[in-house]
Design a protein around this ligand. Sequence first.
Ligand SMILES: Nc1ncnc2c1ncn2[C@@H]1O[C@H](COP(=O)(O)OP(=O)(O)OP(=O)(O)O)[C@@H](O)[C@H]1O
Ligand SMILES: [Mg+2]
Length: 356
Amino acid sequence: MSVRHATPTLSLSQAEELVKKHYKLTPSELRHLPSFEDQNIYIAAVEGGEYVLKIINSENSKDPILFEVQTYVMNFLHDNGFPSPRILKSTTGQAMILKDIDCGSGLQKYLMRLLTYLPGIPISKAPLSPRLLYEVGQTAARMDNILREVEHPQLNKLQRDSFTWSLSNVPILEKYIHVLDGDPLQEVVRSVLHQYKTTVSRKYPRFRKSLIHGDLNDLNVLVQADESRGYRVSGIIDFGDMSFGCSVYDLAVSIMYMMHLYPNPIEVGGLVLAGWESVLPLNEAERDCLFWLVLCRFCQQLVLCLFLSPCYPENQDYIMRLSKRGPLILHKFYEIGKEQVEKMWFHTAAQFNDRN
Ligand SMILES: Nc1ncnc2c1ncn2[C@@H]1O[C@H](COP(=O)(O)OP(=O)(O)OP(=O)(O)O)[C@@H](O)[C@H]1O
Ligand SMILES: [Mg+2]
């Protein structure tokens, strides 16, 4: 895993100039948004509209075709009625701009895109209800259904076979498991890796393959208050981890992150699954591996964040935000075991679908 990319640090006045010059928009408000590897700047325009200027880190900026395909897919989702950001064209008709910019340590090349800003707050800040969890699953499955339809001559750019966070690459964790030396959770992670290499790998050929989002986390699902029914999902953002995988991965990833937000984490899976299956019913192999896939994502989050954390001292709050509850939930979830968890999930999902 490449550890540290040079994160761009444009000033707000540099961003203002770029937006004026390349998009003929006059910012009335600019502010920094949270970022991990790239830089995200919120912009409201005098002409109307709210946007995010996304400046790609210098390393990834060397691969414009990847971002061209990513842009195509994001616009495809938006144009098919999905609540995801749309990428705007510059005054010269380009969906991204490559600029030499000095962020304080000499000129570097950066790719930039202007995205529509979606209304709402991250789901991590909203009270979760069973209905909202159902909607998370339903929205994720709707998205994957649209992603199955995308065609582009360079779609293979999104293959990304060695992507560390992909649930197809869980055994990579063995390289980093030393971060848990002395921690009783190391045994749990080892046991989950063993199950991955035996049970999950055997069933993998029967998982439905598809382009997937890959990172339906607590910050990438946006929600908005609705007068009659509480909070509703208002959008999905952050397509930076999009790659070819299996659609059940998006379900497993969303269950895992939502478990961190709900008072009774074990209940989450059944509710998200009910919403997912209202659009994309699982096949037998996917159903049988869901428990292990959720556990695998817990292990990825735990091990990779512990490994990455010292490399990003300024981004500790972001990287370690789940580190308090995460290990406790992982331990309990593992202890309860597949049989009991599945019984609860499948019963809840069936009940929820009967009621609604
Ligand atoms: N189009 C958007 N609409 C609304 N909010 C957004 C949008 N894009 C980004 N944000 C806000 O900025 C935050 C970071 O954006 P995003 O999730 O795209 O980046 P990241 O992958 O987490 O970090 P990086 O881009 O550095 O890798 C989001 O959690 C959200 O609060
Ligand atoms: Mg994000």
